[in-house]
Write a protein that binds this ligand. Structure first.
Ligand code: DAK
Length: 258
């Protein structure tokens, strides 16, 4: 499928979506978010794909929502049309694992997009921030909710109230980033991680994702009850039989995603 603002590539069971508006540091406009949503849902529906990577360029994952577009909006317009909720929420429907591979700037909506992914892998030149306050707006795509869950209240307040940027090292220490790689190796390393995940039994990987994400939406006892039900459900899959048989027989498992 032809897109104007993203590039897509499938290598084995790993799909990579590259944000591609380099002239504006991958600023996120309506067209890009529409295309990103369509690509994500397409790969989620594709039985041959087991893991999805979203990445940008070495200079910018995404420098935020497109300020030039946003500058002219009125309250009446954004409220009446529920400003960009339509296409910013598509990623939440994706049930397969999604990794953000972040190099360079991940600011505002760019940082929020990365946080919507299941984990963030960063290049050593990555810079994260929620600078919206400097534009007279607050983060609008989950930044005030996901950032404190990832890095705690103190650092979230610090970042969102000052608009300062946080480097990859600080982001990893704070818990926002899973791992850091040299910028030149980022995509190679993240692709290897994605391949490793894509080789896992798909239904089980989807249940892991669903259960961990439930931890952010519910109480501990409800979350554990949910986890227990999914854990029980694993015993209804062929891949649980195969995975455990392979272990007992000391041979590699052959998963069928069933
Ligand atoms: N929007 C539009 N254009 C941008 C942009 C952005 N966010 N960021 C950069 N650009 C453009 C620049 O205008 C410049 O264009 P030309 O001048 O060449 O035409 C080009 O990209 C290169 O940028 P710079 O010349 O500024 O490059 P530098 O290396 O000097 O600086 C920078 C890089 C990242 C520090 C700087 O570009 C910068 O501060 N950019 C803006 C960062 C920012 O404030 N981001 C937050 C935007 S507000 C919502 C969902 C999301 C949002 C809101 C609601 N809903 C679902 C309701 C999100 C809001 C935001 O993200």
């Amino acid at each position: 499928m032809g897109y104007n603002t993203i590039l897509t590539q499938v290598d084995g069971k790993v799909a990579t979506i590259t944000l591609n508006r380099p002239q504006v540091l991958n600023a996120l406009n309506d067209e890009l978010m529409d295309e990103l949503g369509a690509a994500l849902l397409g790969f989620d529906a594709d039985d041959n794909v087991g893991c999805i990577i979203i990445t940008g360029s070495e200079k910018a994952f995404a420098a935020g929502a497109d300020v030039a577009k946003m500058a002219k909006y009125s309250l009446q317009e954004v409220y009446r049309h529920d400003y960009i909720s339509r296409n910013w929420e598509q990623i939440r429907k994706v049930r397969k694992p999604v990794i953000a591979a972040v190099a360079g700037y991940a600011l505002g909506g760019g940082c929020e997009l990365a946080m919507m992914c299941d984990m963030i892998m960063a290049a050593d030149n990555a810079k994260f921030g929620q600078p919206e306050v400097k534009l007279g707006i607050i983060p609008g795509a989950g930044g005030t909710q996901r950032l404190p869950r990832a890095v705690g209240k103190a650092k979230a307040m610090d970042l969102a109230l000052t608009g300062r940027m946080m480097d990859a090292q600080e982001a990893e220490s704070a818990g926002l980033v899973a791992r850091i790689f040299p910028a030149a190796d980022l995509l190679k390393e993240v692709s290897a991680i994605a391949k490793n995940i894509a080789d896992m039994p798909l239904l089980t990987a989807m249940m892991v994702k669903e259960s961990i994400n439930a931890a952010y939406e519910t109480t501990l006892s409800e979350g554990i009850r949910f986890e227990r039900r999914l854990f029980h459900a694993c015993f209804g899959t062929n891949d649980q039989k195969e995975g455990m048989a392979a272990f007992v027989e000391k041979r590699p498992a052959k998963f069928t995603n069933s």
